[in-house]
Design a protein around this ligand. Structure first.
Ligand code: KIV
Length: 247
């Protein structure tokens, strides 16, 4: 799975052959210039999801429910998630965490016919509490995360993203759970992998330690564009004694 934030990045992800495209709320940082994922609104996510959908021919798409679109009760969450299904062709929505209130919301979504993907470990919508640190590094936290993952399975999540946790824990989750576990910064033992495309392309100013850039996209783009600017600046001035065409 790769993330996309507009039609162009959706086209890149699909052409690369991914199984699933995620309209992640990381677009708040990648495309909108915010320092965290917290400020992105439901309207903005819907706007970007519609653009991603236009860039896809056949790859299924999942959309992140943004911060505060599902934390204020199940009714509001169903309404928000329902908008993604009605206004885009997405297959489902992703929610972070597994607190009792979140499980209740997920249960309502699933029973309303809305497929739900879970997200545990480093959950960026809780950055103000957890930071961007690796999660579940001690046995107590690992047991808690296992319990939470089982709860996500119980309420009917169709898949689980697990971010920035020890590889051994992620492998254990894959063995214990029936649902597919998709890792990022969680080792090679997961059922699938997800990355923020802009990280792989070297386009993000703050590269996460667990997601290496495959190319220096920012450098390559800057080089190409400044080359073009220089070529225009140094181009010979147009002759002034010729009549302008079409005059
Ligand atoms: O928002 C996002 O891009 C994500 C991925 C890191 C899984 O949730």
């Amino acid at each position: 799975m790769l993330t996309a934030w507009d039609a162009l990045s959706a086209h890149w992800a699909e052409a690369a052959g991914v199984d699933l495209v995620l309209v992640g709320d990381s677009l708040a940082m990648v495309a909108l210039g915010h320092a965290t994922t917290l400020p992105v609104t439901l309207e903005a996510m819907l706007h970007h999801a519609a653009a991603v959908e236009r860039g896809l021919q056949h790859t299924p798409m999942v959309c992140d429910l943004p911060f505060l679109s599902y934390q204020c009760g199940a009714d509001r969450a169903v309404a928000a998630a329902g908008r993604f299904l009605k206004e885009t062709q997405c297959e489902g929505v992703k929610l972070e965490g597994a607190e009792p209130e979140t499980l209740e919301v997920m249960d309502r979504l699933v029973r309303s016919g809305i497929p739900v993907m879970g997200h545990l470990g480093l959950t960026p919508q809780s950055v103000r509490q957890l930071g961007y640190r690796r999660q579940a590094t001690d046995p107590v936290a690992q047991e808690r995360l296992l319990l939470q993952a089982r709860e996500l399975q119980r309420v009917g999540c169709f898949a689980l993203v697990i971010e920035h946790v020890p590889a051994a824990l992620a492998s254990r989750l894959c063995h214990e759970l029936h649902l597919p576990v998709i890792g990022i910064g969680a080792g090679d033992g997961c059922d699938g992998q997800v990355r923020v495309s802009a990280d792989l392309l070297g386009l993000t100013p703050q590269q996460p330690p667990f997601s290496k850039a495959l190319i220096d996209g920012d450098g390559l783009i800057q080089q190409a564009l400044s080359q073009w600017v220089r070529s225009i600046q140094h181009a010979p001035a147009p002759a002034t004694d010729q009549p302008a065409p079409h005059c």
